[in-house]
Design a protein around this ligand. Structure first.
Ligand code: ZN
Ligand code: ZN
Length: 472
């Protein structure tokens, strides 16, 4: 016999034996370890949604396609009670014109995109002198009315950080800058993108206008274009820097969005479930691989993997919230609809796909036994136990509103703001090994929580379920 025939003979002998051997159920630890090297659920989700759906602006038909896609994906993988829970929202769309051109003293185009909730310029654009603010604090200090007829430009000095904390430092330029400038009479506002990359990609994101202040056009310049504008101020020798801005975003009124949910049903469905959250929408300018296709991929994969170790005690529910980017509409709607249904603990993934390096909870002092149990279980994945009080993510309003238990699995955010809300947020930026480390850590943590028979926040034993004990 040649080698091939030998191999075939060996296979025919081995095959019946294999067929009769029930595959042993992995322990939770083995399921998590397998995710570290083999998980394909998360990749399949994020590869699939970025390829088959792509950008999915909240409240639009693209987001509806994303919800239908995620619903089908969950059903195909055996999730129960899969639903798209609808809600109505005020919807903003970006339009298709976004131009900024310095007209004096050094005429040239700058790369710009509108911020969410920006108003449109009149057709043909507006042209005005630009007033330079190094940060939002300088803008706050500007006298009332001093920006009448002007365009405000707001800079900042954001740097890369592992914990992403500089988003909180630089973010106000985007979140509130346009509203403050408008309240002082500005015609429009442009900001240095709140981001850390060096590409000519403006970072969009939501802005806001205070009650009683009419929205104005508001846009973000790419970081290199913002730097160029700032050099112009330095070289202008006191001459005014003028800019022509044209954008046509608009509000289109109420449209439908929705929250996609699905469950791995627990052995005792009357116990409060473990809630895993992400958001299904993205901005229009990117396929949203990091933000937040990866997050939805990680939570869905973890729920699935944790259940391979056996049906969990508690139900594991995934919540892929709609319309997060534009104002947490999905999170608010979910809490409104489900506030009276207690959640055991909430976790969210919405910070890309790079490795988890620390975990925090809000029960470290109230339930130290469980906190330590999780800490020792994730240590092998290089995850340290933190001492911060977990606040949960944007889509966990329901848990915060219930004053419930929260865990934050902190991801490495060093390159997150290079990609966040830019056209560079694409699948190729996801490192499969780091994505799998996320899934492994989540599988381990979710498996522990879903089999915990004490109240997560306090550690007190939960009473036997009345429904199962024949209470009604
Ligand atoms: Zn996000
Ligand atoms: Zn985002």
């Amino acid at each position: 016999m040649n080698k091939t025939m030998l191999a075939l003979a060996a296979l025919s002998l081995a095959a019946p034996a294999l067929a009769n051997t029930p595959s042993p159920r992995p322990t939770l630890e083995q399921a998590a370890d397998a995710a570290l090297t083999h998980d394909m659920h998360a990749w399949d989700f994020v590869e699939g949604i970025t390829t088959e759906v792509g950008p999915r602006q909240a409240g639009t038909e693209a987001e509806a396609r994303a919800r239908a896609w995620a619903t089908a994906w969950l059903k195909a993988r055996g999730f129960a009670n899969v639903a798209d829970e609808p809600f109505m929202m005020e919807t903003w769309v970006p339009g298709d014109i976004a131009r900024a051109r310095v007209t004096a003293p050094f005429a040239q185009e700058l790369a710009v995109l509108p911020l969410g909730d920006s108003a449109a310029t009149p057709a043909g654009g507006i042209e005005a002198e630009v007033v330079f603010f190094r940060n939002v604090e300088e803008l706050r200090a500007a006298p009332a009315g001093s920006l009448k007829g002007k365009i405000a430009y707001i800079s900042h000095a954001m740097t890369r950080t592992q914990d992403g904390s500089q988003y909180g430092f630089a973010g106000p330029a985007r979140w509130v800058g346009a509203g403050i400038a408008a309240s002082k009479g500005a015609l429009a506002t442009i900001i240095k993108s709140v981001g850390t990359d060096h590409h000519r990609n403006p970072h969009t994101g939501g802005t806001s206008f205070p009650e009683g202040v009419a929205p104005t056009p508001a846009g973000a310049l790419s970081l290199p274009d913002a730097a160029n504008l700032e050099r112009m101020f330095a070289r202008a020798d006191g001459r005014p820097v003028t800019l022509k801005l044209e954008m046509n975003p608009r509000q289109i009124g109420e449209t439908l969005s929705g929250n996609v949910v699905g469950e791995i049903v627990g052995r005792n469905p009357s116990l409060p479930p473990v809630l895993l959250a992400c958001h299904i929408d993205s901005w229009w300018n990117a396929p949203g691989a990091f933000d937040d296709g990866a997050g939805c991929a990680i939570i869905a994969a973890a729920a699935k993997n944790a259940s391979t170790a056996g049906q969990p005690l508690r139900t594991i529910r995934v919540l892929m919230a709609g319309a997060e980017e534009v104002g947490l509409f999905g999170s608010v709607a979910y809490s409104k609809a489900h506030l009276s249904e207690p959640i055991a603990v909430g976790l969210e993934s919405d910070f890309g796909a790079d490795r988890i390096w620390r975990f925090d909870s809000n029960f470290r002092t109230s339930n130290p036994v469980l906190h330590k149990k999780i800490a020792s279980a994730v240590a092998r994945f290089g995850v340290s136990a933190g001492t911060d009080v977990a606040g949960g993510g944007a889509d966990l309003n329901v848990v915060r509103d219930q004053k419930g238990a929260l865990i934050d699995l902190q991801q490495d955010g060093t390159r997150y703001f290079d990609l966040h809300h830019t056209p560079d947020d694409t699948l190729d930026k996801i490192d499969l090994a780091q994505l799998r480390q996320n899934v492994a850590v989540w599988t381990q943590v979710v498996g522990i929580l879903a089999n915990e028979d004490t109240a997560i926040l306090t550690g007190t034993p939960v009473p036997a379920a009345p429904a199962i004990m024949g209470g009604k």
